[in-house]
Design a protein around this ligand. Structure first.
Ligand code: SAM
Length: 249
């Protein structure tokens, strides 16, 4: 498949406006289209995503990446004024790359343990001329213990990287006191909420908001869990590689 044969993404101007009270500029629309083409092209060689149809890609990768941050005035202020963001387990770059495209004043770090995925993101960053995005290959359990990264970010985002308590243990150590972690989920049960409350307490956070809504095209269930960092995280967290998933808090 050549780039020429890849379809155009739908523009969805009205839906952006109704749901996020915002629309991409022409330049941003072109960058989102280019991102789509690069993902589809690279997906022939590395397993980046199962979501390849234009409308589905628009909803499940682009809209979904931005809905966790864009409708909230607090985030708009932060992201438009140079906030530092880390996307943990970014995969093909979601939600971090759309955030970097739409908020050029933010500084976005994209972390993944898989070298091939980070290679793809590095080439995408250069193809899209993104000057506010950088990558790290590594395990978050180790990165979260490095002073260069620990408690250095205004915002940590995480989507599709394990249980809610593992996500809390991956994100909160990297967030500055006063900053926020956003965990993107599909469904979210009462039992998960209890696990999350327990983990967040141990990690120096509090649950600020649990937002639930449906996606605009397929009406799929979504939850965004907003965790505020209120105290320093004890030095023993995150625990060594693999422990947060094997022995969830
Ligand atoms: N966030 C992306 C999304 O929603 O499309 C990708 C989700 S993918 C299911 C999970 C990603 O997390 C994989 O790319 C994997 O390599 C990465 N990952 C899993 N555990 C990790 C860890 N401990 N540290 C860093 N990356 C991790």
């Amino acid at each position: 498949m050549s780039l020429e044969s890849i379809s155009s993404l739908p523009e969805m101007v009205d839906i952006w406006q109704q749901t996020l009270n915002w629309q991409p500029t022409n330049e941003q629309q072109n960058q989102l289209q280019k991102l789509y083409e690069l993902v589809i092209e690279a997906n022939r060689n590395i397993n980046l995503t199962r979501i390849t149809e234009p409308a589905e890609f628009w909803e499940k990768h682009l809209w979904d990446s931005l809905v966790g941050v864009a409708p909230k005035q607090h985030f708009l202020d932060l992201l438009n004024h140079g906030a530092s963001v880390i996307d943990i387990g970014t995969g093909a770059g979601f939600p971090g790359l759309p955030i970097s495209i739409i908020f050029p004043k933010s500084q976005v770090t994209l972390l993944d343990s898989t070298r091939k995925k980070i290679n793809f993101i590095d080439s995408t960053i250069s193809n899209l001329y993104l000057t506010n995005a950088q990558t790290i290959v590594g395990r978050v359990e180790e990165i979260g213990q490095e002073s260069k990264h620990r408690e250095r970010y205004d915002l940590a985002v995480i989507r599709a990287v394990g249980s809610v308590s593992a996500c809390a243990e991956y994100t909160l150590p990297l967030v500055k006191k006063g900053g926020l972690a956003v965990i993107y989920r599909g469904s979210f049960t009462k039992e998960e909420q209890q696990n999350l409350e327990n983990a967040v307490n141990i990690l120096g956070g509090k649950i600020e908001l649990i937002d639930n809504f449906t996606t605009p095209l397929s009406n799929s269930i979504r939850h965004c869990l907003y965790l505020r960092k209120v105290k320093h995280t004890p030095v023993s967290f995150p625990r060594p590689v693999g422990i947060p998933t094997q022995k969830p808090l």
